[in-house]
Design a protein around this ligand. Structure first.
Ligand SMILES: [Zn+2]
Length: 229
């Protein structure tokens, strides 16, 4: 019977990114709405600020993710090209390199030599990519997909406080957005923990703590400016 895989790297990649994106959208938009509402703005003023925050945040997430994933992808491609070159031009040096990596990890020299040769016979570039460069298919970067996922999940998270602000009466905006944001964060905390196989309580407490802190600070700033202006 096959060993059941309990590490969830394959799912963690995009699900973790999705939960983090929604988390960002929820916290930043809820904080923005609470801050503007605390400054005693009009209902339409609160909504305009919230929508602008959603669009700006989604674009900034997409741009940031695209740039960071593309540069990671460029680096990986360049590393692989150089490795392919070295394998073609100095195969013996490359065997020694892989052998030394396994020795450092605790394998005895003669076994390390055998393993290095057998792995390179099977798939030389793959062996060097994994064990020397730390590149696997899991980290193979997809910039466009990452950018779209971040923007979409950020918007999904941001839509919650925005919808609540649109529906709640003006005098009730702050507590309604605050409460719904905490509920949303708790759900995301549970999802994040479940997908990563991490302890649920700790994960939920962590996201709620940062959510409360973010909203309390912007509410405070909003109140200050609301009074000053
Ligand atoms: Zn190498």
């Amino acid at each position: 019977m096959a060993h059941r895989e309990t590490h969830r790297f394959d799912r963690i990649g995009w699900l973790r990114a999705a939960v983090l994106g929604a988390n960002d959208g929820l916290v930043s938009t809820a904080s923005l709405v609470v801050g503007v509402a605390a400054a005693s703005a009009s209902h339409s003023g609160i909504l305009v600020a919230g929508i602008a925050g959603l669009v700006a945040g989604a674009m900034s997430m997409a741009a940031g993710e695209y740039v960071s994933v593309s540069s990671q992808s460029d680096t990986e491609k360049a590393d692989l090209a150089r490795e392919r070159d070295e394998l073609a031009n100095m195969p013996e040096a490359e065997v020694a390199e892989l052998r030394n990596i396994y020795i450092k990890r605790g394998v005895s020299p003669d076994v390390a030599e055998t393993v290095a040769r057998q792995m390179m016979e099977h798939d030389a570039l793959g062996a060097h990519a994994r064990d020397e460069l730390g590149i696997s298919e899991i980290t193979a970067a997809k910039p466009i997909q990452a950018a779209i996922t971040s923007a979409a999940t950020f918007s999904a998270g941001a839509a919650i406080p925005l919808a609540v602000a649109a529906l709640a009466p003006l005098s009730f905006t702050v507590p309604a957005v605050f409460g719904s944001a905490l509920a949303g964060l708790a759900i995301l905390g549970v999802m994040g923990a479940k997908t990563g196989g991490a302890p649920v309580t700790r994960s939920v407490v962590r996201v709620i703590f940062w959510g409360i802190l973010a909203m309390a600070i912007t509410a405070g700033v909003g109140k200050l400016f609301g009074v000053a202006v």
